[in-house]
Every structure is written in structure tokens, then in C-alpha cells.
Design a binder for this molecule. Structure first.
Ligand SMILES: Nc1ncnc2c1ncn2[C@@H]1O[C@H](COP(=O)(O)OP(=O)(O)OP(=O)(O)O)[C@@H](O)[C@H]1O
Ligand code: SF4
Ligand SMILES: [Mg+2]
Ligand SMILES: [Zn+2]
Ligand SMILES: [Zn+2]
Length: 440
């Protein structure tokens, strides 16, 4: 479904380089106590080729936001109350058939033209000429094409994401069969445009029983074996890219035979095997020890730079996000409260919550063993009042903060913030909060 079909006159694609834009997304949960406003008006862009860090304390809505990209939030109890997750799909570059050339900036992919204007630019694509899909409303079959193909996800717990009944080689092979049949045929030495339907299906992994019998007969059997060998090479290469030891041996193993770090690498290999436009990594290293964690982070960054994928990197660890992200979005109680370039967020954080989070990072300045914590707890997200959600914990809280709800506002276009210290609410005569730069 395109923007036209889903009736979104009011939505603006805000950044010309955005690969995805979350627009006023609201996902709530029904509970006995009331409605949990888990994600409550979240907006941000993910720019092409960047790593956007998404940080915030536990329960602030990071995973619900991330899972919304692939409609993985269970509904019910979840409810999509409003907003959009806009995505601009890409396709293999025609000039190089996906191998990487100057036309596609070596990424092997180019934007899909807006079907309404054929790329010329029109109102529906905000003049961008790019196809724009709302992931919250496209039909399930269209979403399936996107899931794992254009958008891949790495979860915190690889044990849950991998299939225990399939060998590592077989589960990565599935990704190639599903998403890259033309490349399989090419690597096996066939011309994908001339190969017969049986071999096409063989490279698509969806052969039915009579076809399988036909493919088992010579001379097709020899050809099918070539396809299998080609897939095997692709799988081994994908695993080798994650620098896993002995990729050929790992292919024959099952998930339970691998360590946590190895499973995480397998999941990364699987996620990147499909050449996604966007990789969503939701706390991918939390369960791992520090050395493995560092290596995994390096890997995601290396592979991302090589393939020009955008990454949404979710963590509650600000120090870690500082290392991997180009920009950072700070989330609090179902809202984005500040977004900006990583350096600015760390040098000149605007929101009192971001300042609190930064102070909570252990450093040499802090007395050993003592961690600065933000006083108070995250508010209940059940039917929240129209007030600043950080008011109960904010050292700068003023009258207006309890009466009005600050929204993300472009004080500086590249560094918006949701706090009345930085932008006075219109037509309000209540006392404004104040803070000095020293008062952090
Ligand atoms: N399936 C569900 N049913 C009911 N409530 C849910 C469900 N999933 C999430 N929530 C609620 O939504 C809110 C946000 O949860 P979410 O998992 O997005 O937090 P998070 O920021 O990812 O936290 P963490 O850092 O612990 O992973 C929480 O208050 C949680 O209780
Ligand atoms: S709006 Fe008020 S309470 Fe909210 S963060 Fe800003 S100063 Fe603090
Ligand atoms: Mg989470
Ligand atoms: Zn190209
Ligand atoms: Zn258009």
C-alpha cells in the first residue's frame, strides 16, 4: 500500500535522506489497570547509511518502537492507536545488478521510484520521487517481503530467534534462498534470465514434491547440486564475515551447540545475508561478556559501513551508544525527548533527563563504587496526565511543566528537544523552568 492508498495527507517525510521515518507513532496496551501508553507520539528519522542510537531506561518503549517496524508487537493486547512508520524501499542497482558501482555509491542498491510519479517527484512522495510505504498499514504479504529482506532485526536473545531444529548452515541458507535467488543462480554459473522455471524454483527453495523428483533426475540433478554448492559458499562467506572461528564446521552445528557470542554472530550473519536497507539491533550485546560485546559492535559497524545499511541501535547503555552511533535519540516514558548528533548529545545535552543519564555513566570522576542515579522512578504509563512525564524527577520542574505536555520541538533543526526550558509553550503565563549550564 502506498501513501496514496493509506490516506496520509498530513504526513510529511521530513528528511530527504531518511530511509525510514517514524511519525507520531502511538502503540498502547490494554491492561486491567487502564491503557498503558507504551509508545505515545514517537517521531524520528533514520537516515540512509547512519547508525541511530535509541537510548532510555527500561520500560520506556524502545522495543515496542523497534518491533513496530515489522509489526511484531502482539495485537491485542497491543493497539496501534495512531501514527506511521514510513519506509523507503530499495532495489538492486540496475547498473551493476547489486554488485556495487559508482551509480549506487558501491551499495548495490538504489531507491525504488514512487509509482505515482515514476520518480519525477509529486505530492505523495513529498517531491522525493521515492516509493513510501507505511509499515503499519501495508498488507501482510507486502510486509513479508520487507521483513528480513529490506529490514532485518537482531534481538537481545539469539537463542529465541534461531530455529533449534535446523543446522546453522540450513538456517542461513534459507535466507539466501528466500531473498537472493538471482544471485544464487548467477554464482552457480547460470544466466538468471534464461534459466528454466525448475531451476528458478530450486533457487527459491519452494520446490514441490513432483518438482523435487524432477530435480533429482540427471541432468537437472547436476545443476541443482551446483545451486546447492553456490548457496553453501554464500553461507560460509556470510559466516566468515562475522569472523566466527571455523565457519565450515559451524555450518553443520545446531544452535544449542554454540556459545552465546557465536549464536549472536550467526544472527548477525543471517541478518546481513539479505543485504538489508535497515538493520534494527535491539540490545544485541546485553547478554554477552565485554570482550565479545566489543567485537560484535565492531562487526555491526564494519558490515554496516561496507554495505551502507542504516542501523537503529537500541540500548540503555549510553556509553556504548556513544561509540557506535552517528546520532542519538533519547526516549523517556513512551516519548522521544531529545535527538541530535552523538557529539552534541554528549557535549551539550539539552534535556534534563539526558543530563541525568549522562551523569549516571560511571566515570573516573565518580567516587569508586558509587553511581550517580536519577532520583525517582519512571512514571506509570497508564492514562498519563497532560504534563511533562519527567516532571516528577526533574530538578528544574516549574508550574508549566505540570500543566502542559512539552513536545519535541526544533529549537535547533538538527537537535530537537521536548522541554519547556528550551521552548516556551505558546499562550501560557505560568512560571517557566530555568537552569544554567553549570547546573547539570
Ligand atoms: N506484550 C505486552 N503487553 C503489555 N504491555 C507491554 C507488552 N510489551 C510491552 N509492554 C509495555 O510497554 C512498555 C514499554 O516496553 P518496552 O519493551 O518497549 O521497553 P524497553 O524500553 O524496550 O525496555 P527494556 O530496556 O527493558 O528492554 C512497558 O511498560 C511494558 O510493560
Ligand atoms: S519540561 Fe519541565 S519538568 Fe519537563 S524536563 Fe523540562 S524542565 Fe523538567
Ligand atoms: Mg527492550
Ligand atoms: Zn550499482
Ligand atoms: Zn511521487
Amino acid at each position: 500500500m502506498t501513501m496514496a492508498e493509506s490516506n496520509k495527507q498530513s504526513v510529511a517525510v521530513r528528511h530527504p535522506n531518511a530511509v525510514a521515518s517514524v511519525e507520531d507513532l502511538r502503540v498502547h496496551f490494554r491492561s486491567k489497570a487502564g491503557t498503558v501508553h507504551a509508545v505515545d507520539g514517537v517521531s524520528f528519522d533514520i537516515l540512509d547509511g547512519e547508525t541511530l542510537g535509541l537510548v532510555g531506561e527500561t520500560g520506556c518503549g524502545k522495543s515496542v518502537t523497534a518491533r513496530s517496524f515489522l509489526r511484531l508487537v502482539p495485537m491485542p493486547p497491543g493497539m496501534h492507536v495512531g501514527g506511521f512508520v514510513l519506509f523507503h524501499p530499495k532495489e538492486p542497482c540496475e547498473a551493476c545488478a547489486g554488485r556495487g558501482c559508482d551509480v549506487c555509491d558501491q551499495s548495490g542498491r538504489t531507491s525504488v521510484a514512487c509509482p505515482n510519479c515514476d520518480g519525477a517527484g509529486c505530492g505523495l512522495c513529498e517531491g522525493s520521487g521515492r516509493e513510501t510505504l507505511d509499515l503499519m498499514s501495508i498488507p501482510e504479504n507486502r510486509l513479508r517481503e520487507i521483513r528480513g529482506n529490506r529490514i532485518a532485526m537482531i534481538f537481545q536473545d539469539p537463542a529465541k530467534a534461531l530455529n533449534p531444529a535446523l543446522s546453522i548452515g540450513d538456517q542461513i541458507a534459507e535466507v539466501f534462498y528466500e531473498h537472493r535467488p538471482a544471485e544464487i543462480l548467477d554464482l552457480a554459473g547460470f544466466d538468471p534470465s534464461e534459466t528454466g522455471p525448475l531451476l528458478q524454483r530450486s533457487a527459491n527453495y519452494r520446490s514441490r514434491m513432483p518438482e523435487r523428483i524432477a530435480l533429482g533426475l540427471p541432468p537437472l540433478r547436476g545443476k541443482r547440486n551446483r545451486i546447492r554448492r553456490a548457496v553453501g559458499e554464500m553461507v560460509a562467506e556470510a559466516l566468515a564475515e562475522t569472523q566466527i572461528a571455523n565457519p565450515l564446521k559451524v555450518m553443520d552445528r545446531y544452535p544449542h551447540e554454540l556459545s552465546g557470542g557465536m549464536r549472536q554472530r550467526v544472527m548477525i550473519a543471517q541478518a546481513l545475508a539479505c543485504n538489508p536497507d535497515l538493520l534494527i539491533a535491539d540490545e544485541p550485546t546485553t547478554a554477552l561478556d565485554v570482550t565479545v560485546q566489543a567485537r560484535i559492535l565492531e562487526l555491526v559497524r564494519e558490515l554496516q559501513q561496507r554495505r551502507r545499511a542504516a542501523v537503529l541501535y537500541i540500548s540503555h547503555d549510553l556509553a556504548l551508544v556513544n561509540r557506535v552511533s552517528d546520532r542519538v535519540a533519547v526516549m523517556y516514558a513512551g516519548r522521544i525527548v531529545e535527538v541530535g548528533p552523538t557529539e552534541q548529545i554528549f557535549k551539550d545535552p539539552l534535556h534534563p533527563y539526558t543530563r541525568g543519564l549522562l551523569n549516571a555513566i560511571p566515570s573516573a570522576d565518580h567516587e569508586r563504587g558509587r553511581l550517580v542515579v536519577i532520583e525517582g522512578t519512571v512514571p506509570e504509563l497508564i492514562d498519563p496526565e497532560p504534563a511533562c512525564r519527567f516532571a516528577g524527577r526533574c530538578p528544574h520542574v516549574a508550574e508549566v511543566c505540570l500543566a502542559r505536555d512539552p513536545r519535541l520541538s526544533d529549537v535547533d533543526v538538527s537537535h530537537p528537544v521536548a522541554c519547556f526550558v528550551h521552548h516556551q509553550p505558546p499562550d501560557v503565563a505560568l512560571a517557566m523552568p530555568s537552569f544554567s549550564r553549570e547546573n547539570r
